[in-house]
Design a protein around this ligand. Structure first.
Ligand code: THU
Length: 137
C-alpha cells in the first residue's frame, strides 16, 4: 500500500489518541482503520472506573467501521506512547480477524516514530474466523 496512505492512517491514529479516556492506566491509544472502500474510521481507548469495562482503541475503530456499513479491513494502524510500538491485545487480534483478509495490513507505532508491520497471520496464526462456521463466508 502507498506510503502516503499509511502515513495518513498514522496521523489519524495519533490525532484520535489525544481523545483517549485513560485516567487509570495513563496509556492513551489511538487506532485508524481503512476499509476496503477507502473510508477511514478512528477510535481511542475508553477506560472505566469499573476497570474490566474499559474498551480498546481498535475495538472502537472497528465498531465505527461496522456501524458505517463497511466489512473489510484493508489496513489498521495502532499508535501509543510507549518505548515500543503498541501491538493489539489478544481480544483485539480476534476482533480484527473478523474483518481481515490475507491482504490486511496491521501497522503499529509509537510517538517516537518506531514502526512495525504485521500481517493478520503474524499476529494470530492458525486463527478461527467466520469461514469456520457453517453460515460463514
Ligand atoms: N490498549 C488499547 O487500546 N489497544 C491496544 O492495542 C493495547 C492496549 C489500551 C487498553 C487500556 O486502556 C490501556 O491501553 C492499557 O492497557
Amino acid at each position: 500500500m502507498d506510503d502516503r496512505v499509511i502515513n495518513a492512517l498514522f496521523d489519524a491514529a495519533a490525532q484520535v489518541r489525544l481523545r483517549a479516556h485513560a485516567p487509570y492506566s495513563g496509556f492513551a491509544v489511538g487506532a485508524a482503520v481503512r476499509a476496503e472502500d477507502g473510508r477511514v474510521f478512528v477510535g481511542c481507548n475508553v477506560e472505566n472506573a469499573a476497570y474490566p469495562s474499559g474498551t480498546c482503541a481498535e475495538q472502537a475503530a472497528i465498531a465505527a467501521m461496522t456501524a458505517a456499513g463497511a466489512r473489510k479491513i484493508e489496513a489498521l494502524v495502532v499508535v501509543g506512547d510507549g518505548p515500543r510500538p503498541v501491538t493489539p491485545c489478544g481480544a483485539c487480534r480476534q476482533r480484527i480477524r473478523e474483518f481481515a483478509s490475507g491482504n490486511t495490513q496491521i501497522h503499529v507505532g509509537n510517538l517516537a516514530g518506531a514502526r512495525q508491520y504485521f500481517s493478520m497471520s503474524d499476529l494470530l496464526p492458525h486463527s478461527f474466523g467466520p469461514e469456520f462456521l457453517p453460515q460463514g463466508s
